[in-house]
Design a protein around this ligand. Structure first.
Ligand SMILES: Nc1nc2c(c(=O)[nH]1)N[C@H]1C(S)=C(S)[C@@H](COP(=O)(O)O)O[C@H]1N2
Ligand SMILES: [Mo]
Length: 507
């Protein structure tokens, strides 16, 4: 066996060299991208493509298992798979030195394919992956020289080889991390921090009464930006420069319109409290939040563009090609559909769509709330299916009435216990919330005051808790008088149903 030959690099060294070559190549690809086209970074491009083509059940599984760390898990997964393939290529390359470079080209081809097929890509997007291919091919071609102690390629000095490999891997890790940090676009964060939003021409109505009970562990009526849930398909958050930002309104309109960020800020701005929620929110879940949005009324823009007859769908498209399709009718029926530029008194946070996103009261995010919005296209539902519709989620339908118990969860002490939570039925409004202990009678909860039907309401009920194990159940009734159904339905395709219950041990 060749491994038994004296001074011949062992198989593990060939495998390690394969992985080292791939790591160094990937790092150089990332670095090249950081200085040229950040979206074309091989890792991000492959990850984005993986998200775009992975079937819905796999996506759900990843989210179930990894939660909001799903994106990090994906990137780590890609690196591990690449490392294993590269190690195998390293072993094969030890037999035939043409195999290594060929494998490098094949793996880089995946990066090229992913990068050039991204919605916002140009052919130039292939460049970072090509750089990576050249570096990996050169390193593998050099084998087994890097393993040699001297210039005699047949000598193998284990210590020296390991030292060389680890130095290269360490260098790759540092440059890769540096490249990723450049990719986070400090310039856009800086530009965002300089923005001063104008005052609204139409401020949010003053709140009558008590909007927030201030109960411990109860979600505050207004969700702080840092606590606001985040859902999107973006592996690396798009960072749009407000200076060069353009929004185009086109398709089935009589007049195509284009706006800069400044143009939008100069228009009349409304400010409204609106609760946003995700269709993927499980009963009792946290993919819902309420914010004070500042934005340009959508109805005005659509009127200026003069929407043609039959154009019943407004498609919002983000800079990274994601789409949501909203019924035009719901953007012009008097509700506060807007292009938001502000969230809770500051420019939209980058994670929540800076510089401009859509918000439509009464619709789930996947059919209305496009972040990093760059295009509004007028079309019809017959002619176009948006991102999640193509993946079998339902066409736009009203948000289902929901209620959640925030406190207590788990345990309580005997005596008076504040049972409290939030309930929402955006654009219909919450009419009543009831709570039940075990199989007892329903008790009507006190509701916080709100100035519109578009936000959630807090509810509060004082329970005289007796020792033992109890189950609390909540249900809400919307302002139309329809009570939440007890029937359990999964989140797909149009939102979960069922009553939220919590088990509480009183001791
Ligand atoms: N560009 C873009 N916008 C998007 C999405 C997305 O994946 N990409 N996801 C939507 C979904 S499903 C929801 S629920 C909301 C969430 O908005 P938030 O992250 O600000 O809470 O954004 C919507 N807007
Ligand atoms: Mo969502």
């Amino acid at each position: 066996m060749r491994d038994d030959e004296p001074n011949r690099p062992p198989r593990w060294a060939a495998a390690l060299w394969g992985a080292v070559s791939a790591g160094a190549a990937l790092a150089m690809g990332e670095l090249t991208a950081a200085f040229t086209i950040p979206q074309a970074a091989p890792l991000i491009a492959v990850g984005d493509a993986a998200i775009a083509i992975s079937p819905e059940p796999l996506k759900r599984w990843t989210i179930d298992v990894f939660g909001t760390a799903d994106k990090l898990a994906l990137l780590i997964g890609i690196v591990v798979v690449l490392g294993c393939l590269a190690a195998l290529a390293g072993i094969a390359n030890d037999r035939d030195r043409r195999i290594g470079p060929a494998a490098a080209i094949a793996l880089a081809a995946i990066g090229v394919a992913a990068a050039v097929t991204r919605p916002s890509a140009s052919a130039f997007a292939a460049f970072p992956s090509v750089v990576a291919a050249v570096i990996a091919a050169a390193l593998l071609w050099a084998w087994p020289r890097p393993a040699a102690a001297s210039d005699d390629p047949r000598g193998f000095d284990r210590r020296r080889f390991l030292w060389r490999s680890l130095t290269l891997l360490g260098g790759a890790a540092i440059s890769g991390a540096f490249a990723r940090s450049l990719g986070t676009g400090a310039a856009v964060d800086e530009a965002r921090s300089q923005i001063r939003l104008p005052e609204p021409t139409d401020p949010a109505p003053d709140l009558p009464g008590v909007s927030d009970f201030g109960v411990k562990d109860l979600a505050p009526w207004r969700t702080p930006n840092d606590d606001f849930y985040r859902i999107d398909t973006a592996l690396s958050v798009p960072r749009l420069d407000p200076e060069t930002y353009r929004l185009r309104i086109f398709g089935r309109v009589d007049r195509e319109l284009t706006f800069s960020y400044r143009d939008l800020l100069k228009r009349p701005l409304v400010e409204r409290d609106i609760t946003l929620c995700c269709v993927s929110n499980e009963v009792g879940g946290g993919l819902v939040g309420n914010a004070r949005w500042l934005g340009v009324p959508l109805a005005d823009l659509l009127e200026e563009a003069r929407v043609q007859d039959g154009a019943d769908q407004l498609v919002g498209r983000s800079s990274d090609g994601w789409t949501a399709g909203t019924p035009v009718e719901l953007c012009v029926d008097g509700r506060d559909a807007m292009l938001a530029v502000g969230m809770n008194g500051e420019p939209l946070p980058v994670d929540h769509g800076f510089p401009v996103r859509m918000v439509v009261p009464g619709l789930y995010g996947y059919v209305s709330a496009t972040k990093w919005l760059t295009e509004l296209e007028l079309t019809s539902f017959a002619d176009f299916d948006a991102y999640w519709i193509r993946r079998n989620w339902a066409l736009p339908s009203p948000i289902k009435t929901a209620s959640r118990i925030d406190t207590p969860r788990g345990s309580a002490t005997p005596g008076v216990v504040a049972v409290a939570g939030v309930a929402w039925a955006q654009h219909r409004g919450i009419g009543a919330v009831e709570v039940r202990v075990d199989d007892g009678p329903w008790h009507e909860a006190k509701l916080s005051d709100v100035s519109s039907t578009d936000t959630w309401r807090q509810w509060l009920w004082e329970w005289d808790a007796t020792p033992g194990d109890h189950t609390l159940t909540v249900r809400a009734t919307d302002a139309d008088g329809d009570t939440q159904t007890a029937k359990e339905a999964p989140v797909a395709p149009d939102g979960a149903t069922g009553w939220h219950t919590v088990n509480v041990t009183v001791a």
